[in-house]
Design a protein. Structure first.
Ligand code: KG4
Ligand code: ZN
Length: 340
């Protein structure tokens, strides 16, 4: 098999990332987090674009150095075309287009959401990870999306379910914000929930038919619940923080699990994968593995480092497209949402 060196760039939201892959093996995966957004309680698009401009060259340099690959030995450059923040995507797209022209190597666009799923096929130089067999069901849970897909083959995903309002990641982030926790709320809730009781507070789950999700009702009922309790006791959040985190996390995970139970029953598919930022959640991982064990299902999560936004997953999708000669032209522009 030919050895292919790919440089990948990811700039869809608030992390600037560059990775170097040799086939599906991640030689380096550098992620520069943008601290600038934290005091605003969410991502400020204008600031994100500016931070990407500052970070992109040092991040790419570092990725090449860590991988010990000279830029002249790259076979292709892959980048995130969308969906994401347009100003942020533009930085990565422009950089990738220029580098492709200067080095005279193919340019490969990657869809950020599909790439999250292909993160399951990455390996490290010293570690080969277990991989799902086709076809498998993919639950994609990120900050902006919650989807269920049937993955029939490489580059062949059919999405059968989507959220009709908020995403699972948003449910974590907004609940955290209501409790006064910093952004992003998912990891904060995950760690605070570890010493809390999952059934201390009960929140109603939405009744949505089929494969689709809804999270906005949960967020609203959480908001009203907290508001009412604060009226009775201003110290309510502080006194109950761990239980609140465990209970809201449990409800979000239950909503996801119920849809996946329905999907496996409907499709008969027994290989299940979870991907996207929320797949870093330790409770979700535990609950899904327990379900898999009980039902005889194979459950897969990407390696921890490849769950939240990273360029390695963009490189993986880039590698799959490279093998099929699916290249972009130099006039390619980003897309902000899936409608392109
Ligand atoms: O995939 P991702 O990094 O970016 C998008 O494509 O949106 O996902 C970000 C989302 C955020 O909502 C963040 O709170 C959530 O993933 N997240 C988590 C955890 N780590 C990140 N949610 C729950 N538990 C975590 N440990
Ligand atoms: Zn993402």
């Amino acid at each position: 098999m030919k050895t292919v060196n790919i440089l990948a760039i990811e700039t869809s939201c608030d992390d600037t990332s560059a990775a170097v892959l040799q086939n599906n093996v991640v030689l380096s995966n550098v992620i520069a987090n943008q601290e600038v957004h934290r005091r605003f309680g969410g991502v400020v698009p204008e600031l994100a674009s500016r931070a990407h401009q500052q970070h992109i060259i040092p991040v790419v340099d570092q990725a090449l150095q860590l991988a010990n690959i000279h830029k002249n030995n790259l076979n292709a450059i892959a980048f995130t075309r969308g969906p994401g923040l347009l100003g942020s995507l533009l930085v990565g797209v422009s950089f990738a287009r220029s580098l492709s022209q200067v080095l005279n190597i193919p340019l490969i666009e990657a869809d950020h959401l599909n790439a999250h799923i292909y993160a399951l096929f990455l390996d490290k130089p010293d570690k080969v990870f277990p991989k799902p067999q086709f076809p498998f069901l993919a639950l994609l849970v990120s900050g902006g999306h919650t989807r269920i897909g049937i993955v029939r083959d490489f580059l062949d995903i059919e999405f059968i379910g989507d959220t009709i309002d908020d995403a699972a990641g948003e449910a974590f982030d907004k609940s955290a914000k209501i409790m006064g926790l910093p952004y992003p709320g998912g990891p904060e809730i995950d760690s605070l929930a570890k010493t809390g009781h999952i059934s201390r507070f009960r929140f109603s789950k939405p009744v949505i038919p089929g494969y689709n999700f809804s999270f906005s009702g949960l967020k609203t009922s959480f908001l009203y619940f907290i508001r009412d309790e604060l009226k009775k006791d201003p110290g309510f959040i502080q006194k109950n923080l761990n239980d609140l985190c465990a209970s809201i996390q449990h409800t979000i995970v239950e909503i996801l699990l119920e849809k996946m139970k329905f999907s496996t029953k409907q499709t008969g598919i027994k290989n299940i994968a979870v991907a996207g930022g929320v797949s870093a959640n330790s409770y979700l991982k535990k609950v899904f593995h327990e379900w898999g064990k009980k039902e005889g299902l194979e459950i897969f999560f990407p390696d921890r480092g490849f769950t939240t936004d990273n360029a390695a997953m963009i490189g993986m999708l880039g590698y799959l497209k490279y093998n099929k000669g699916l290249f972009s032209t130099l006039d390619v522009t980003p897309y902000a949402n899936n409608d392109k």
